[in-house]
Design a protein around this ligand. Structure first.
Ligand code: AMP
Ligand code: MG
Length: 645
């Protein structure tokens, strides 16, 4: 295996976002080149490479535009309601698709249907509504102008006329126009064929079992979809390990056989990071930017090798998607001949300070909720390693490189991921619990549209105080009174009783240090054993308050390991990174951990006594009642109003 030592040239020259874009576009000079004929039924979304002239007249013949009679206008010049004119009927009826046989002579008319070809001699059509049958003919009670209700040949499009210009993005209307003149295919720009490679020894393809210490490859599939959205033809080549030789071989083959290559991973400084070195031999000019002042996305690497784009996206999924959309997709759209995508933008304000680094263009994903006055952009900060932030977010705010954060209340422009905001009618901000999903599952599909932002109990209460949400799910233990939730309400708020979740000590089944003991004995054992590692919880969580009460100031081994969720605690114990911690019973059961019950935690919903939408709140309370059995099945104990009182 040849693995060159990582060079110190990496990241020496961090470019600004704009400088990186300029360098990339200057080296690539992206424009479409190949033209291919594509059949009518596959043209949607393609871009015309040539002007299209109509090969025929449309309509191809003079035709009637209404049901009625083909006439000579001069015959009816004197016709009126008082003095109707009489016309003899010719012995034919012109339907659609039948060529006429008889000439319309003076004083005669021929019955004709909408779309029927005009017979010789006639110069106008009189609507059937203005005629009466009379002795083998008709009477007409008004005059018609020559040309009335006749669609003349070529009046829609004349043969030879340009009907669609090159560069037109083909939609349903353009398909209709091509079909109307009989064209069954059109010349369009060939889609750039772009190869996708994910790099990393730790990657596993979706659908395969996950090895220990491995993660699923999410960049590969998302880039495939994003390429397709941007007019490219993706060729998914799968995963390559962090092996210089294997990567060089795969990259060279991908580069030779496609119009460009997009890799992800292996751009940061690390011994396994060989992707950037593999680009070196691919062709001139090579790397034009490695290290861009973007957050997320600093390790982005842009290269052009023999006229083809070769891009290494950062490994972290959020960084990969942002840098793709910001710097790569616009260039690829030019390569595909597509117009620039104009993203929809809305104005909103920030509920709290949005921190950001000075010197880097920063993208902050936000969820939009209807606040007391206008849209509120709540940051969904999960870090660049997160993929699920995309599901919660409606768009992003761009914080310029020269700002070191935006203060609460600032008006911001939110670039939407979709084309419009669907503002939910029931905003729920606070602590998340799997039981809440069960309740929302019981909401009527035709009822209010709920939206949950998981910020923790304190964040939820703050949002409720600002009236930025309708419901704040909370589980806060007041250490002094030993009571849950009620002591934390502001005047004018009330609590909708939710459910109780049993909190307890979790450990791997069979651990002799804890098995068979009660809580006090188990604690005494683990606190006396420096090898018994605990996993703590984040400060401010209800579980942490409970743990601190149990530990009474003791600093158990592992105390500083403080993840922010029950699932993280259970995973640490199940995987042996820690030996014990505190979590709720359903999570312990899901990972087959032993469970020593400690205390009932109350998970309730804080709301205003005067809600902004009483109907939506009532629908939520109905769903809560309807979900009682689901909650019980999940291991929760639904509160009854009697218990609560
Ligand atoms: P790297 O850029 O290779 O140093 O990777 C940075 C982080 O992104 C690591 O945690 C990787 O496991 C993760 N990562 C890299 N590639 C992918 C991928 N294709 N899908 C999901 N995560 C990835
Ligand atoms: Mg890697």
């Amino acid at each position: 295996m040849t693995r060159p030592a990582p060079t110190q040239s990496q990241f020496l020259h961090i470019l600004s976002r704009n400088a990186a874009e300029t360098a990339f576009l200057a080296a690539l000079h992206p424009r479409p080149t190949r033209v291919e004929p594509v059949a009518l039924d596959a043209l949607l979304g393609r871009v015309l490479a040539r002007d299209i002239a109509s090969p025929v007249d449309a309509p191809p013949f003079d035709r009637a535009l209404v049901d009625g009679f083909a006439v000579r206008a001069a015959d009816l010049a004197q016709a009126s309601g008082a003095e109707p004119c009489h016309l003899r009927l010719n012995a034919e009826v012109i339907a659609c698709g039948t060529p006429p046989a008889l000439t319309v002579g003076a004083g005669t008319a021929t019955a004709i249907a909408t779309g029927g070809p005009m017979p010789r001699g006639a110069d106008a059509v009189v609507m059937i509504e203005f005629t009466e049958p009379a002795d083998g003919g008709i009477t007409v009670n008004r005059a018609v102008a020559p040309g009335a209700f006749v669609g003349f040949a070529g009046s829609d499009i004349a043969s030879g006329q340009i009907m669609l210009r090159r560069g037109t993005l083909i939609g349903a209307r353009e398909v209709a126009m091509l079909a109307a003149v009989g064209l069954d295919h059109a010349p369009v720009w060939a889609k750039p064929r772009i190869a996708i490679l994910s790099t990393g020894d730790e990657l596993v393809a979706a659908g395969e079992p996950l090895r220990p210490a491995a993660v699923y490859d999410s960049n590969g599939p998302v880039i495939v979809a994003a390429l397709r959205e941007n007019g490219c033809d993706p060729v998914h080549l799968g995963i390559v390990g962090d092996d210089a030789t294997a990567l060089q071989t795969a990259l060279a083959a991908a580069h030779a056989a496609h119009d460009g290559v997009i890799l992800s991973g292996g751009t940061s400084k690390g011994t396994g990071d060989v992707t950037v070195q593999a680009i070196a031999g691919l062709g001139a000019p090579g790397i034009v930017a490695h290290g861009v002042a973007l957050k997320p996305g600093k390790p982005l690497c842009l290269a052009v090798c023999d006229g083809k784009p070769v891009v290494v996206l950062p490994g972290f999924p959020t960084s990969a998607i942002f840098t793709f959309h910001d710097l790569v997709a616009p260039a690829l759209r030019l390569l595909a001949g597509l117009p620039r995508r104009s993203a929809a933008v809305v104005t909103a304000h920030l509920p709290v300070h949005l921190p950001s680094d000075l010197g880097r263009t920063e993208f902050a994903m936000v969820a939009l909720l209807q606040g007391a006055d206008g849209l509120v952009a709540h940051a969904v900060a999960k870090g660049s390693g997160a993929v699920t932030a995309f599901a919660q977010a409606d768009g992003f705010v761009t914080v310029p490189a020269l700002a070191d954060g935006l203060s609460a209340g600032t008006q911001v422009q939110v670039t939407l991921f979709g084309s419009q905001v669907t503002a939910p009618s029931l905003a729920i901000i606070g602590s998340h619990c799997t039981g809440l999903d069960a309740v929302l599952g019981r909401m009527d599909d035709a009822g209010p549209l709920p939206r949950v932002l998981a910020t923790g109990s304190q964040g939820g209460l703050a949002a409720l105080r600002r009236r930025d949400c309708d419901i704040a799910p909370i589980h806060l233990l007041d250490a002094d009174s030993g009571t849950y939730n009620t002591p934390f309400l502001s005047a004018g708020m009330r609590l909708i009783p939710g459910w109780r979740r049993m909190q307890g000590i979790v450990y791997r089944k069979g651990d002799a240090r804890l098995e068979g003991r009660d809580v006090d004995a188990a604690l005494a054992t683990v606190l006396g054993d420096p090898d018994a590692l605990m996993v703590n919880r984040n400060a401010g969580s209800g579980t942490r308050i409970l743990l601190d009460r149990l530990l009474q100031g003791a600093r158990a081994a592992g105390y500083w390991n403080q993840p922010a969720s029950h699932n993280a605690v259970a995973a640490a114990v199940a995987q042996g990174r820690a030996d014990w911690g505190m979590a709720i019973a359903p999570v312990a059961a899901a990972l087959d951990l032993a469970f020593l019950p400690v205390a009932d935690e109350h998970y309730d919903f804080a709301v205003w006594q005067e809600p902004r939408d009483a109907g939506a709140l009532a629908a939520f309370e109905d769903a809560l009642a309807a979900a009682a059995d689901d909650l019980t099945a999940l291991g929760f104990v639904p509160a009854t109003s009697k218990e609560q009182a």
